[in-house]
Ligand binder design. Structure first.
Ligand code: SF4
Ligand code: SF4
Length: 394
């Protein structure tokens, strides 16, 4: 996918009639679903939320399979589909998929790095019914942005595509994934989003699992940087009220309580991987040993959502160990992020160490501060060969 933060605020719960009383055990189908069409991508971002083991193109679902999935999504009450990846525009059938989404009544959003878009293609997508475009940026100026994305001239292409997006009349969100090496450009990124006539800017600090965990030393900000970021975002939110909506995701290594990741496991969100696996979170495949059902099997998406072992394993609060089990916030954050708990403790069933009540939290905070101070800036780029250490010029 092109960023680390699917617009989870958009993934609201749709409760089935009569289900209100049973909400602790039964969950309505989410309003929106993330469709990861491919893991192929010309960029190589060191924080990519795709799994370390990327899905080969030969395993990707066909046009017909995705159309069948969309028929089913529309039938069970999903209203929005977010086409993502990897880079969804590498799929030659993207316009056909958007047209099908429109035909079955799904609102469609394109989450893209934008480097492969032309104005003609954007026009075709708009004509097929695409409703919104989200473009990721890696910085505010070419040198740094191209280096982070590992793709020459990518930044200039993104700016051009963002302008075309508005020229063909589509609303635009800019997604900026922030870390130690680009946080100093945040004020310019905010100005850039205004200049590009975006309606929304997502300022998302890197979440450390998968590729980002591999690159944590090169990405983790200092506590002082975080405090400055909080100030810049708060000032801009105030100054640009009514001009630009700014969403902000703080890095949880420095937080006291973890985020309600994905609105809680299996509560408000699912995504479908390039090979058709139905996942409770876009990073869920980073949890090894867990089996996920596929739309290619003989089970319906509705059945998978309601009954699959992977969705039910960490749903609600019944699975929780202490300190979550007796915690007053357990219905607020649902114990934080399962992928982060797995990455940092070896078990997805543990309390997320981002929580100050976890015995590992102080250690995590210190490790983050130490790694930030060491300034090991070299990236391991995300690619199909398992990653390559930064070496060349951008
Ligand atoms: S490499 Fe970058 S642009 Fe490509 S899918 Fe990953 S985060 Fe998105
Ligand atoms: S102990 Fe668990 S439920 Fe309580 S705040 Fe921490 S992560 Fe959330």
């Amino acid at each position: 996918m092109t960023d680390q933060s699917p617009p989870v605020a958009d993934f609201q719960l749709v409760t089935r009639a009569g289900d209100e009383a049973a909400q602790s055990t039964t969950y309505g189908i989410p309003l929106a679903v993330l469709a990861e069409l491919t893991h192929r991508c010309p960029l190589q971002c060191p924080y990519c939320s795709n799994p370390l083991e990327l899905e080969a193109s030969s395993k990707e679902m066909t046009t017909a399979e995705w159309c069948k999935v969309m028929d089913e999504l529309a039938e069970i009450g999903v209203l929005q589909i977010h086409f993502s990846g990897g880079e969804p525009t590498v799929r030659k059938d993207l316009t056909e998929l958007v047209r099908h989404a429109t035909e079955v009544g799904l609102y469609s959003n394109l989450i893209t790095s934008a480097v492969m878009l032309s104005k003609a293609r954007l026009q075709d997508l708009a004509d097929a019914g695409l409703a919104h475009v989200q473009i990721s940026v890696q910085g505010a100026e070419q040198g740094l942005a191209d280096r982070v994305g590992g793709f020459k001239n990518g930044h200039a292409k993104k700016l051009e595509a963002a302008r075309w997006t508005r020229e063909v009349g589509l609303p635009l969100t800019i997604n900026a994934v922030m870390h130690r090496q680009n946080l100093h450009q945040l004020p310019q990124i905010i100005d850039m989003a205004v200049e590009l006539d975006a309606e929304r800017l997502e300022v998302a600090n890197v979440q450390y699992y998968g590729w980002a965990l591999k690159n944590r030393e090169a990405l983790i900000p200092s506590f002082a940087q975080l405090e400055e970021t909080n100030r810049i975002v708060a000032e801009a939110q105030d100054r640009l009220s009514g001009v630009l909506d700014i969403d902000y995701v703080i890095p949880d290594y420095y937080a006291l309580r973890p985020k309600q990741c994905m609105g809680g496991w299996g509560r408000q969100f699912f995504n479908i991987s390039p090979a058709g696996k139905v996942l409770p979170c876009h990073a869920a495949e980073s949890i090894t040993g867990m089996e996920f059902d596929s739309v290619r099997g003989n089970k319906s998406i509705r059945w998978i959502w309601d009954n699959s072992e992977a969705f039910n394993q960490y749903r609600g609060t019944g699975w929780m160990p202490e300190p979550c089990k007796s915690c007053e916030f357990k219905e607020v954050d649902f114990g934080g992020c399962r992928c982060q708990a797995f990455a940092l403790t070896g078990s997805a069933g543990n309390t997320d160490p981002a929580c100050a009540k976890s015995s590992l939290h102080a250690q995590l905070f210190m490790r983050a501060a130490t790694e930030a101070a060491e300034e090991h800036d070299r990236f391991i780029y995300r690619n199909f060969s398992g990653g390559s250490v930064e070496g060349g010029e951008f």
